[in-house]
Design a protein around this ligand. Structure first.
Ligand code: SF4
Length: 342
């Protein structure tokens, strides 16, 4: 594509599909757009090429400070050579999702909810993603007949919630989602639909009027769980779309991953909670990093996290404090981590 400079706002009026098909995947382009020293940048990059390559859309790039190699948003998307160093305890499938992968596209880990992996594609490649090695090729429900899910649920009458995850489920267009929600509406046991997505954060244009309407009109309760890690990820474009969701009374929650050198300061997390609340989003979870191979440089040990959480509690009213949690293979829920006070 011909590269539009970040300062040119032309791309802001593009559709989410156009923005999605024009993500930046080339490090030279990245350096040019962000005015980074290409020699300095290349010294940090891996020599190997892999499928989980650099991928970042323009609206997200726009929020990165020009010329700043240490920008907390840049750190989340920049592939590094250090990802290829062996780190004990960091594995390909840190949560043993393989064991909960009951059928292609269905992960059934917790008793009353199932998770559907609708697609393996994302708008952005987050370097810390715990599913960065997930075998999406053999795990996409969109390739399956809907009857597979219906039949599975018949034998699981306790399931009352469906979670759409991925990859990023909002990669699927509104027409596809309309049909999917119509199918879900035919399942009387399902009371709630939860959509986990980072796409509206990195391409706010994804919050189309049709999508908002779709959630507002569903016969079951729909919850959108966003994934925002840093207050700088919330810009005017996103604020505008969040207001539309609020106008239609859609419940929007946020989850954050605690990441070294990105958001591991109580003030940063407090600012994030404040910014979320102003924009009608409730802080939900603050996750300890899942120990996925390639992400060890983002890890914060539990003791440090507990102290940081203690400080965060002192900065916010209780309703703005996300729950600090971790996940472990084969447990029946996430487990809470308590704050530590000096
Ligand atoms: S958008 Fe979500 S699923 Fe996709 S790479 Fe980022 S964290 Fe992983």
């Amino acid at each position: 594509m011909s590269m539009i400079p970040l300062s040119d706002s032309t791309w802001e009026s593009q559709s989410w599909q156009t923005l999605l098909s024009n993500t930046i995947t080339d490090v030279n382009q990245l350096a040019e757009l962000l005015q980074l020293d290409i020699t300095q940048l290349k010294a940090l990059l891996p020599s190997e090429t892999e499928s989980f390559h650099l991928k970042v859309p323009m609206p997200y790039l726009k929020r990165i400070k020009l010329g700043d190699i240490h920008d907390p948003l840049l750190k989340q998307i920049l592939p590094l050579a250090v990802e290829y160093q062996d780190s004990p305890g960091f594995t390909l499938d840190p949560l043993n999702e393989n064991a909960a992968n009951k059928l292609p596209g269905i992960i059934h880990k917790y008793a009353n909810r199932i998770l559907l992996t609708l697609t393996g594609t994302c708008a952005i490649h987050c370097r810390y993603c715990f599913r960065r090695h997930f075998p999406y090729d053999s795990n996409q429900i969109s390739n399956q007949k809907w009857e597979t899910i219906v039949n599975y649920l018949k034998n699981q009458p306790q399931v009352n919630e469906i979670i759409l995850s991925g990859g990023d489920p909002l990669i699927l267009n509104d027409k596809y989602l309309t049909k999917l929600l119509q199918n879900i509406a035919l399942l009387p046991q399902i009371k709630r639909l939860r959509i986990h997505s980072r796409l509206p954060v990195v391409i706010p244009q994804r919050i189309t009027d049709r999508f908002v309407q779709l959630l507002a009109e569903s016969s079951f309760k729909s919850i959108l769980v966003l994934h925002i890690n840093h207050p700088n990820e919330i810009d005017a474009q996103l604020r505008q779309r969040l207001a539309k969701l609020h106008d239609q009374k859609i419940l929007v929650l946020n989850q954050t991953v605690l990441l070294k050198n990105v958001n591991d300061h109580p003030e940063t997390l407090a600012n994030l909670s404040e910014a979320l609340f102003v924009n009608h989003v409730m802080p939900y979870y603050l996750h300890l990093l899942d120990k996925v191979k390639g992400a060890a440089h983002f890890a914060i040990d539990e003791d440090t996290a507990r102290k940081l959480y203690g400080e965060l509690l002192s900065l916010l009213p209780g309703y703005l404090v996300p729950k600090l949690v971790s996940e472990a293979p084969n447990l029946t829920s996430k487990y809470p981590i308590s704050a530590k006070f000096d």
